[in-house]
Write a protein that binds this ligand. Structure first.
Ligand code: GRF
Length: 200
């Protein structure tokens, strides 16, 4: 059985879409995969409530507790790795996890970590992707699922979906249409990844 752990920081709508797809399509049965836990760096985020309502184990690790460590980012990542390793993760799914991970952490889970980014990478890595796409006059925006490497939002692309930028679009409207596509794309990309890893 493969263990998936999903990392979130906010509303957790992508996490919810993944869990619902796993439950609907019977991932444990056909893909030998289970969502072992949902983990957040924000103990009060709405996504944790959604995960509990779906019957998934949750854990939180507040990054603010590490603010006074000599190297706060490295200290948080070390504690996160300890927590994750208790779930023996085969795949770590970043779903709106708003923390930049240290190179050491990324290397520890090399080949076992995926992310979703709301732009057509390599365009617009980083924040405010929808605003930047509108300001640049893009006719299309979109979403990318990619492997996580040490460089932020730059790992090999696993799948993408294109979303048109419509006349009169603002950041909020475009973000909502992109998010709807995220909810379709991410579960499909993870399912394909799991299927590829199945023994023949
Ligand atoms: C999504 O747009 C995702 O692409 C980005 O952060 C947002 C998270 O939304 N990385 P949610 O928490 O899954 O609702």
């Amino acid at each position: 059985m493969k263990n998936l752990v999903i990392l979130i920081s906010g509303s957790g709508s992508n996490m919810q879409a993944i869990v619902q797809a796993a439950q609907r399509d019977d991932w444990p049965g056909c893909l030998h995969a289970r969502i072992a836990a949902v983990v957040s760096n924000r103990p009060d985020c709405a996504g944790l409530d959604k995960a509990r309502a779906l019957g998934i184990a949750t854990e939180s690790l507040d990054h603010r507790a590490f603010a006074n460590a000599p190297e706060p980012r490295a200290a948080f990542d070390a504690a996160l790795a300890d927590l994750l390793d208790r779930h023996a993760p085969d795949l770590i799914v970043l779903a709106g996890f708003m923390r930049i991970l240290t190179p050491g952490f990324v290397r520890r889970y090399a080949g076992r970590m995926v992310n979703i980014h709301p732009s057509l990478l390599p365009a617009f890595p980083g924040l405010h992707t929808h605003r930047r796409a509108i300001e640049a006059g893009c006719r299309v925006a979109g979403v990318t699922v990619h492997r996580v490497t040490e460089e932020l939002d730059h790992g090999p692309i696993l799948d993408q979906a294109v979303v048109p930028v419509l006349p009169g679009d603002d950041e909020t409207r475009l973000a909502a249409r992109v998010l709807a596509q995220e909810h379709l794309l991410y579960p499909r990309a993870i399912e394909r990844l799991l299927r590829e890893q199945l023994p023949p």
